[in-house]
Design a protein. Sequence first.
Length: 183
Amino acid sequence: MSISRLWILCLFWLPLRAMAVALDPVVVNVEDEADHVVLSASFSVPVPRDQAWAVMVDFENMPRFMPFLKSSRVLSRNGNTLRVLQTGTAPVVFLNISYESVREIDLQPFSEIRAHSVGGNAGMLKSVAKLTARDQRTEVSYRADWWPTSALAAGFGGNTMRDLLGKQFTAMRQEMIRRQPRL
């Protein structure tokens, strides 16, 4: 193979390889513990960490790009601590279950988002999302401990939460890419 053919092949293959990596699925796991459910998710996105961060903390605009989220509002802000009210619906079998969540969110800019529920009807939730810069990409890892409010929610909760998280983090990643400035 000539050098020019190899060069042309590289010019076409490398961008396709980068696109394939960007489209890797969001990995979501659900584990039932004795008294709660552990949710985890991870994904990679081909944007700088500050761009990924901007989307993950854009609470006021989240209903525009996050499925199942009807409203999202920052109730208060004190430095890097926010109180956020979100409402939405979770599809469970043939039903759409409405939920409300009030969370206190601690922002450690560009690296970590810690949250815990302080109200609502979705049950107690404690979560942490970590953002790690890797070359021209950002790796996002998420872990949540969820104490459902009922046995019914716990029974359907794991699979529903897996699907919901997968769709929401996929939408969030798409929004990160959409907002990335074009060269």
